[in-house]
Design a protein around this ligand. Structure first.
Ligand SMILES: Cc1ncc(COP(=O)(O)O)c(C=O)c1O
Length: 394
């Protein structure tokens, strides 16, 4: 063989059968061959195990998928390039023209836009209710055939707690599927409820480092099969290197999630008694709405705190700009603390009535608590609240 040929066919490294790497190597690889065409065809027909093309499946991504499915208490998972993609795949994969979708005013903005703008273009209708309005949900389900109910708990951004048992029961009674965006609750919670599909943004809790983007849809196999064919065609696969970083990050998932939940509770307690705060929503806080329900449904309450500042819209700006330990940026769940000021919280597509139902006020701020020392965080918040209250130019 000449050099030009040799460099395109590098030596193969065979591992002895009894010699295992502790970490699965990153399969930074797109194509797999089989010795015979017939075996390749059997692979494609799903008649044998193996890999063919990374847009269909990749071993590194597969390891992450099986890990997440197991944690969430379901059989299988489809990982993809972002949380928004997981939402899109689920909504487009499960609906067709003339189907009806129910979702909630309290949910994540881009999910709302996907349903209101994109699905509408393809003839899928929708109703938007409040997550607190179970009677409205029952009436809506009874009054028209509904394909699916899409909800979150805790909701992003205001941390409302959905009554998962009631929502799934009502949906089942009326033959509708349920999709729960479980991003804020993490992978280890809510699996005991008869939710048909879980959706996650992997961007938050898989590594906590803010270094990867990804999404996942998790369900039992027969349900996930409804999405599988389209998933290959959407072509938004998670790349193997990100999947490998996520598997590595997941090793510390429980330590991070629980430590950050404990710190968030301590910060929420501090804010609750502070005169600069009018309302503090944290599911683990006794005074937070639906705390008893949160306690029944959750073991850990997450990293997000939603707080209303007495100083209002401009006070919220001063508060966020004065904070030194909270980065002024979206997302949550990372090991550094984050803040979203009112200027970044206000939905642009809501009527005044919808804004009221969503409970996003002029001074609403979202915090995500990281792994810094809690006393340092409280001191930073106290100083910023003072600056917010002092008014402009103080
Ligand atoms: C509840 C929820 N769902 C989905 C997403 C989208 O995730 P990604 O940013 O990974 O696309 C987010 C992101 O903030 C989210 O908070």
């Amino acid at each position: 063989m000449k050099d030009e040929t040799r460099i395109n066919h590098p030596p193969n490294i065979e591992l002895p059968a009894d010699n295992h790497p502790l970490n699965l190597p990153v399969f930074q690889n797109v194509k797999w061959e089989t010795d015979s065409i017939e075996e390749g065809l059997r692979l494609l027909r799903g008649e044998r195990a193996g890999f063919f093309y990374s847009r269909i499946s990749n071993p590194t991504v597969r390891q992450l998928e099986l890990l997440l499915a197991d944690l969430q208490g379901r059989e299988d998972c489809l990982a993809s390039a972002s949380g928004v993609n997981a939402v899109t795949q689920t909504l487009f994969g499960l609906t067709e023209a003339r189907n009806h979708v129910i979702f909630f005013v309290e949910g994540y903005g881009p999910t709302r836009q996907i349903i209101r703008k994109m699905l509408t273009r393809f003839g899928v209708t929708h109703s938007m209710l409040s997550i607190d309005d179970l009677e409205g949900l029952e009436n809506e389900l009874a009054s028209r055939r509904t394909k699916l109910v899409f909800f979150e708990s805790p909701t992003n951004p205001v941390n409302k707690i959905a009554d998962i048992a009631s929502i799934t029961r009502l949906a089942q009674t009326h033959g509708a599927l349920t999709v729960l965006d479980n991003t804020a609750a993490g992978f280890h919670q809510h699996g005991e409820f008869p939710v048909d599909f879980f959706v996650h943004s992997l961007t938050k809790f898989t590594t906590g480092a803010g270094d990867v983007m990804g999404g996942a849809v998790i369900a039992d196999r027969a349900r996930l099969d409804l999405l599988r064919a389209d998933y290959r065609l959407f072509g938004a696969q998670l790349d193997p290197l990100s999947a490998s970083l996520m598997v590595r990050g997941m090793k510390t998932y429980f330590v991070r999630y629980r430590a950050q939940s404990a710190a968030a509770l301590a910060v929420a307690r501090f804010l609750e008694q502070h005169p600069g705060c009018t309302k503090v929503r944290y599911p683990g806080l006794e005074s937070s709405p639906k705390h008893a329900l949160a306690r029944q449904q959750m073991r850990d309450f997450g990293t997000v705190i939603c707080v209303d500042l007495k100083a209002g819209y401009e006070g919220g700006r001063r508060f966020a700009e004065a904070l030194q330990l909270f980065a002024r940026t979206p997302s949550f769940g990372s090991t550094e603390s984050l803040v979203m000021p009112p200027q970044m919280m206000q939905p642009k597509d809501f009527s005044a009535e919808q804004l009221r139902a969503a409970e996003i006020g002029e001074g609403t701020v979202r915090l995500s608590v990281g792994l810094e020392n809690v006393e340092d965080l409280k001191a930073d918040l106290a100083r910023a609240l003072e600056i917010a209250a002092a008014g402009p130019g103080a």
